[in-house]
Design a protein around this ligand. Sequence first.
Ligand code: NAI
Length: 290
Amino acid sequence: MQYILLAFVFLNSNFIWAGDVMSGNHEVKGRLEGRVALVTGAAQGIGKEIARVLVREGAQVVIADINDEEGALAVQEIGSKSCYMHLDVSDECDWQLAMQRILETYSKLDILVNNAGLNGAVDPENGTLEKWRKIQAVDLEGVFLGCKYAIQTMKDTSEHSSIINISSIAWTRGIPGGIAYSASKAAVTNLTQSVAVYCGQKGYNIRCNWISPGFIPTPMLAGIKRDAEQEARFQEYIRSIPMGKMGTPEDIGNGVLFLASDESKYITGTELRIDGGVTAWTGIPWTREK
Ligand code: NAI
């Protein structure tokens, strides 16, 4: 029987999947078919890969950023299920306009990924308030505004709503040279829990979770200044990660996919850490064999 079925599929399919032939459906459905997603900071780096994964799984994706040139190129790369929108996440008017345009075009929003982020050197002794505020405006206030306008939009328009905030493993420990970044990422984790509980208690069908990526090669990571000695120490540190290497932007995209899909429908207010085990380890450089 199996051989007959295989022969039937081979002769008739033009390489279409067997299951589809049997069901008469020639299109493999993605896990996010029919969903509308907005990904901030998606012109490059992790955000662009998140957008690519969501499109691959059938979602219509709005790529939002302040870098209009890279944003347009990202749409060319990712294809017609994506479009670009200028959105400065620290600007409340931009959020209002974005939601208005999404409702006019798609009548709903199912998935928001608050991914846009800024890093910068701010230490506790010499850091300037100006730089501190610039980073908070994007990394924390941008996430607050995103959650606020997503809740208002999703609660009446979507039955599968998921907000995913991109934090960082920086939230778990001190980063003496980057306190504005690590403090904002820590605040995002608490904000996410409050949003999750608020939506649950209000009876909204909106889940909210956060992802803490470890080291991922992107323009942000490449942009952190390191001299030759620091670079060598950094590479040694990367080798010391339990999995021995950095992650990829796609690893984060796949985590977003899980949290955006119905496979995580009972998960809210929690963290997905994607860091190759780096925060699971004490850092003590030996292992007990006996
Ligand atoms: P990236 O710098 O390569 O990309 C960030 C994007 O955000 C850029 O396209 C930029 O134009 C956009 N952006 C900046 N300010 C914006 C604003 N006001 N409004 C809208 N868009 C804005 O950074 P990467 O590495 O892709 O980071 C993405 C997220 O992942 C960030 O939240 C970052 O903190 C987080 N992350 C990154 C890690 C890494 O190792 N690359 C590790 C942990 C977290």
